[in-house]
Design a protein around this ligand. Structure first.
Ligand code: NAD
Length: 304
């Protein structure tokens, strides 16, 4: 096995958004040397302002120079491919052969498998290591990390991954992590919509939404949506979980693409893809995914 990624190894980190920021912060705190890049200059300067040990760079290529590993935390797999391989000043032009790439974004597994083949041809291994748990668990380093790839590559990356997450599961070869992540988010999205519709109906019937959530949480209707989004994001209309409707709609499309790729007919999943796609159009850019409750309210009043 190549040398494990232990501090003070150098890690290039690309994508300092809602999730990337706290994940990169955990790596700095663990003692890794970070070279960071984001197309938002503000994201980069805010990050190095808060974490002076990290080095700001002006491109994916510059971030990758001299790095033992590269982590991407970007919106989707197409953007990952641009940043790593095909865009302007891509990371591959800076990465040394033998470096390891970890795509921790929620990407499409079929794209990931192709990216892995293309990187392998250049002597670079890829692990897909998408995460679950949201911003709160990214901050405290307790993310679930869903890994696809070679066991030896995971063992090499484990010390770095372990500074960001607790439950680390190798699910299969490259792409397996991304496939499982999209299916997990299908369950998450489905339970959230079901809770929102139940709240809209219940409220119209005269039930108190807070009471409804409390009863769900001690009954068979309980889910992560009722437990961590019911009162905290929906009933109080905070709508600030830190994960956008647009990203959830993308994850649903990924799950739908996986099923279609395998020629499997999944009518409920197809409906979920269409529902979240339409909600994303209606709710607009930047809407939190918990605003799906507002969309359920609009549909209930025929305003969707
Ligand atoms: P985000 O939109 O907040 O952050 C994405 C960052 O990528 C932004 O800072 C953006 O400027 C940057 N970026 C975009 N294109 C780039 C490029 N070509 N090169 C460099 N930087 C670029 O998204 P997020 O919520 O942090 O999510 C990131 C990934 O993690 C997504 O795939 C998402 O589905 C997944 N995810 C998010 C959450 C969550 O709770 N937010 C939870 C689990 C997984």
């Amino acid at each position: 096995m190549t040398k494990p990624l232990t501090p003070p190894a150098t890690i290039a980190f690309i994508g300092l958004g809602m999730m990337g920021r706290p994940m990169a912060a955990r790596l700095v705190d663990a003692g890794f040397k970070l070279r960071v890049f984001d197309t938002s200059q503000k994201a980069v300067s805010d990050f190095v302002g808060a974490h002076p040990a990290a080095l700001a760079t002006a491109s994916a290529k510059a971030a990758a120079q001299g790095a033992d590993a590269l982590i991407t935390m970007l919106p989707d797999g197409k953007i990952v491919r641009q940043a790593v391989l095909e865009g302007r000043d891509p990371a591959i032009d800076g990465l040394a052969a033998g470096a390891l790439v970890l795509d921790m974004s929620s990407s499409n597994p079929v794209d990931t498998q192709k990216l892995a083949r293309d990187l392998a041809a250049k002597g670079v291994a890829l692990l897909d290591a998408p995460v679950s748990g949201g911003v709160k668990r990214a901050i405290d380093g307790s993310l679930t990390i869903i890994v696809g790839g070679a066991e030896a590559d995971l063992e090499r990356a484990r010390p770095a991954i372990a500074s960001m997450g607790k439950a680390i599961t190798l699910c299969g070869p490259v792409g397996a992590g991304h496939a499982l992540k999209s299916l997990n988010n299908y369950l998450s999205a489905a339970s959230l919509v079901a809770m929102c519709e139940a709240l809209v109906v219940g409220e119209a019937f005269g039930l108190d939404p807070g009471t409804m959530v409390d009863v769900f949480n001690t009954s068979s209707g309980m889910s992560n949506s009722t437990q961590v989004k019911g009162r905290q994001q929906v009933v109080n209309r905070a709508f600030a979980a830190g994960f956008t409707t647009s990203l959830m709609a993308k994850d649903l499309r990924t799950a739908g693409d996986v099923a279609a790729h395998l020629k499997l007919k999944m009518p409920h999943l197809e409906q979920a893809v269409a529902y979240w796609g339409a909600a994303n159009e209606k709710l607009g850019k930047g809407a939190d995914h918990t605003e799906i409750f507002r969309y359920a309210e609009m549909l209930a009043e025929n305003k969707g």
